[in-house]
Design a protein around this ligand. Structure first.
Ligand SMILES: Cc1cc2nc3c(=O)[nH]c(=O)nc-3n(C[C@H](O)[C@H](O)[C@H](O)COP(=O)(O)O)c2cc1C
Length: 158
């Protein structure tokens, strides 16, 4: 089972998580999408692959996702993992404004990669970034195609 654990404020990350689970199922693998608040330790322990998803807020994942990573790090040890974030499209005005303040912004995906390393989890698919046009969305038009390619890479994991 491929378990997607996500947090979402405005619903865009949730949309990606549920689309991804549906696409994985279509490709023939069982999948579950769970919020950080609802996922159980049992689900984490039995998952073959775990995918974490969060909006990038202030260059990092949400507080709930950061707390999850701290509290559940031991459950991620030796697990096959991947991640995705949602973030402002770099072409969008808001993202450009943010660029005036920081030369090299970081994203939730960078945080995920560091935490995976600390937890000795095994990164099996490169983290994906999904773009929103404004803070509250909508997601970019490329999202469905990108979800399909992400799901295809995830189901190949042995
Ligand atoms: C308080 C706040 C901080 C944000 N910080 C960033 C940021 O550092 N980098 C970025 O690309 N987008 C940033 N965004 C845009 C979010 O990534 C966007 O709202 C999110 O992807 C939407 O996902 P959600 O609908 O699942 O909450 C920020 C948005 C808010 C409201």
């Amino acid at each position: 089972m491929i378990l997607i654990i996500y947090d979402s404020v405005f619903g865009n990350t949730e949309k990606v998580a549920t689309l991804l689970a549906a696409e994985i199922e279509l490709l023939g693998k069982p999948s579950l999408a769970r919020t950080v608040a609802n996922v159980t330790d049992e689900e984490i322990k039995t998952a073959e692959v775990i995918v974490l998803g969060s909006p990038t807020r202030g260059f990092v994942p949400t507080d709930a996702m950061k707390l999850f990573l701290t509290e559940k790090a031991l459950l991620l040890t030796n697990k096959k993992v991947s991640a995705f974030d949602t973030r402002l499209d770099p072409k969008a005005v808001q993202a450009k404004i943010m660029g005036w303040f920081v030369k090299k912004p970081s994203y939730a995906n960078d945080y995920f990669e560091k935490e995976f390393e600390h937890a000795h989890a095994q990164l099996v698919v490169v983290p994906n970034a999904f773009y929103v046009r404004k803070g509250k969305g909508p997601l970019s038009k490329e999202t469905p195609a990108q979800v399909t390619s992400f799901a295809t890479n995830l189901v190949k994991i042995k």
